[in-house]
Design a protein around this ligand. Structure first.
Ligand code: DGY
Length: 329
């Protein structure tokens, strides 16, 4: 007799091809309405679940993880960021956690560049004016922005996505600077012509653009505090495609309103889907609704990583994208 298929619970609607494959391979419970699941619903459903597939919209805090059924053995996150999962609580329970690294690097770097170009070149403001029918025509001083080419870009977090941003920014003739806990290999530095700043504060004070590309952890929460934001050059632009919590969002809105900064391009927010009201009012800010990995190709590739992680796990092997190695499983 063959073993019953493992029960997989998917909390949000995934691309069709991924849902079809999940159904073929496992006893899968999908969420066709795409309504976010409450913590209570997740906990109740875990009694009949071996593998949970959450997304960034699920808050798997320590109390939630502690209340999950013993049956649940793997959290196969659909996404690379795992800051919505209490990893220590999962490790303590012996629950494995996997994510989907690598497959959304290029898409997120593309969106970073889109924000880095559209904020200083006033693309969204210009689009609004062009659509309004109130544009009076070209003049030599009309709607001037800031040049991107030749400017200094400071990348906070030179991992996969930070490096992909650096490669693109080189193509725009920007000079690349970065702050990272560990200096990257000298070959990578040479390829990107990148300068490492051990001291974040020193780097920030010298940059024209800052791109946030580090993960959100207890150490990086409000890394861009009000004091740091106020230490930037007054023409500097801040771009964030990582996690909203890394920047003090209310302080950013204050700094922009006070004219202490040139502008910002944001894809992520501290309390998604809420966005600081003062940010929404400002013309020198371009706001995207968490679109970093939102390409058809990227989302399918993320789903394929989820499938590989689950399949490897149920076949009795260590899944390739383990974030929490649980001993003894
Ligand atoms: C990621 O993969 O981390 C994206 O931000 C969506 O969660």
């Amino acid at each position: 007799m063959t073993d019953p298929k493992p029960a997989v619970l998917v909390t949000r609607k995934l691309p069709q091809a991924i849902e079809t494959r999940l159904k073929e391979l496992f006893e899968t419970r999908l969420n066709p309405t795409d309504e976010p699941m409450s913590a209570e619903a997740l906990i109740a459903a875990s009694a009949e679940t071996d593998v949970l597939v959450p997304t960034v919209t699920d808050r798997l805090t320590a109390p939630v993880i502690d209340a999950l059924s013993e049956r649940l053995r793997l959290i196969a996150n659909f996404g690379v960021g795992v800051d919505h999962i209490d990893l220590a609580a999962a490790a303590a329970r012996g629950v494995l956690v996997t994510n989907t690294p690598g497959v959304l690097t290029e898409d997120t770097a593309d969106l970073t560049m889109a924000l880095m170009l559209s904020a200083p070149r006033r693309m969204v403001e210009g689009d609004r004016l062009a659509r309004s029918g109130e544009w009076d025509g070209w003049t030599p001083t009309f709607m001037m922005g800031e040049r991107v080419s030749g400017k200094r870009l400071g990348i906070v977090g030179m991992g996969r996505i930070g490096s992909a941003v650096a490669r693109r920014a080189r193509g725009f003739s920007m000079s690349i600077h970065y702050h990272n806990r560990r200096r990257v290999h000298r070959d990578v530095e040479a390829e990107l012509e990148a300068t490492w700043w051990e001291d974040l504060d020193q780097m920030l004070a010298h940059m024209d653009f800052i791109s946030i590309n580090c993960p959100h952890t207890a150490e990086t929460r409000h890394l861009l505090s009000e004091a740091r934001l106020r230490s930037l050059q007054p023409h500097a632009f801040v771009v964030n495609t990582s996690r909203g919590e890394i920047i003090d969002e209310a302080a950013l809105a204050r700094c922009l309103a006070d004219g202490v900064l040139g502008g910002a391009g944001l894809d992520v927010y501290e309390r998604e889907p809420e966005i600081e009201e003062n940010l929404r009012r400002l013309d020198n800010v371009v706001l995207a609704p968490h679109l970093g990995s939102a390409t058809r190709e990227g989302r399918i590739a993320m789903g394929e990583r989820v499938l590989i992680n689950i399949k490897t796990f149920v076949d009795g092997h260590s899944p390739p994208d383990r974030v929490v190695p649980a001993h003894g499983l």
